[in-house]
Design a protein around this ligand. Structure first.
Ligand SMILES: [Zn+2]
Length: 247
């Protein structure tokens, strides 16, 4: 893989004794060229470790050992491995993550070249930093900062992970899951994300606090497997929530 260095001044030296445990996937909402210049400017105060172009080009902005400024804000995080500092605060996720930006906008399709380069990069970072290739460790930016859709509505994170693992890429079965009608109620036992489909590929539509009573019309066992559990409930509104988050 050819990596073009485009050093950004926007980073913190070192990682305050943290090491990267996860890779955050971003979308640029623009071009690779535009991102190069935005990250090169001290005015932007943002960066990422890498940027991947639609044609597969790879640019490096920040050394992996340093803290890039890509996911420092936290809002209603759904990421299971987020590190709290107290009841209301979080350790800055930039300290323990690597960030990869991708050319395009939230609703533009990802090219094969971008999937190939990104998954090669993820594979490389995974083996170098001992980061497992799964959805707890390869995450979308919105899972840390829920007010953004980043990395958008088109990227299939499970496909990226499968490509990086060298596994055959399965079509996402959960796009058209077998629904079983069974009306009932459940109570959330975690802050629960309500989603448009039975997987975590897209941003949550809303989040329910712990202890909320939720009505459902039925379920599928063909949703995304989270901690080995692929059962998801669907609601009258056509939304979904994971059965592991309720009792
Ligand atoms: Zn982002």
């Amino acid at each position: 893989m050819t990596i073009t260095k485009v050093p950004s001044p926007n980073y913190s030296e070192g990682r305050m004794n943290y090491t990267p445990i996860a890779i955050v996937v971003h979308i640029m909402e623009g071009s690779l060229e535009g991102t190069d210049s935005w990250f090169s400017s001290t005015i932007s105060k943002v960066s990422a470790h890498y940027g991947i172009g639609k044609n597969g080009d790879v640019h490096q902005y920040v050394d992996e050992a340093n803290t890039a400024w890509h996911a420092g804000r936290v809002n209603a995080p759904s990421w299971s491995l987020i590190k709290p500092a107290s009841n209301v605060m979080y350790i800055n996720p930039n300290l323990y993550t690597l960030g990869i930006e991708h050319e395009g906008k939230e609703d533009t399709d990802w090219t094969d070249e971008m999937y190939q380069s990104s998954s090669s990069m993820i594979k490389q970072l995974s083996s170098k930093w001992n980061i497992p290739l799964d959805r707890n460790h390869i995450i979308g930016h919105h899972e840390i900062y829920s007010l953004k859709t980043c990395p958008g509505n088109k990227v299939d994170l499970n496909k990226l992970i499968a490509l990086a693992s060298g596994a055959p890429v399965q079509p996402v079965a959960s796009n058209n899951p077998l629904k079983i009608l069974q009306i009932g109620n459940a109570t959330s036992i975690v802050r629960l994300n309500i989603r448009q489909s039975p997987n975590r590929n897209q941003p949550a539509v809303s989040t329910k606090d712990t202890g909320m009573r939720l009505a459902y019309d039925g379920f599928t066992t063909q949703g995304e497997s989270v901690n080995g559990n692929s059962k998801w409930f669907y609601t009258t509104e056509g939304n979904w929530f994971w059965s592991g988050g309720v009792k």
